[in-house]
Design a protein around this ligand. Structure first.
Ligand code: HEC
Length: 119
């Protein structure tokens, strides 16, 4: 009986790992959990917290602005927070919560939000 449970657990784990190889949807998930409360579920900067904030969260769908940032800029802003890129400290740093790989996944997702239509 125990081995049947183990096989089922393994099957489950391998399907989860397989789903995670789709970096875009992984980025979308991370964004929904960690970023949407400020940047909005659609990434337009109107999350539930935005109304109370002195500096508005970045509109990640603003193609013109977003193409002026390099991937390194975005990575740095996410990893070390707004202050690291000369922006508001209201943008938190995520280096304590996320691996570099996860941050890279988010950068890829931001590129999708801002610029997929422009490609
Ligand atoms: C507590 C609210 C809050 C949360 C949560 C938050 N942000 Fe921000 N973010 C901001 C604010 C405010 C700014 C704008 C700072 C400015 O313009 O000075 C910002 C700016 C940014 C920028 C810099 C944009 C630029 O102008 O170059 C990036 C990139 C970014 N956020 C990504 C994210 C990602 C990815 C997450 C989730 C991991 C996230 N943010 C979570 C509030 C937040």
């Amino acid at each position: 009986m125990k081995s049947v449970v183990q096989v089922i657990a393994l099957l489950f784990l391998s399907s989860v790992t397989f789903a995670d190889t789709d970096s875009a949807s992984q980025g979308e998930k991370l964004y929904a959990v960690y970023c949407s409360q400020c940047h909005g579920l659609e990434g337009d900067g109107f999350g539930v917290n935005a109304a109370d904030m002195d500096v508005l969260p970045k509109d990640h769908t603003d193609t013109e602005e977003m193409v002026s940032r390099t991937d390194e800029d975005l990575f740095k802003a996410i990893k070390h927070g707004g202050k690291a890129v000369g922006k508001s400290i209201l943008m938190p740093n995520w280096d304590g919560n996320m691996t570099d790989a996860e941050i890279n996944t988010l950068v890829a997702y931001l590129r999708e939000l801002c610029c997929a239509a422009a490609d």
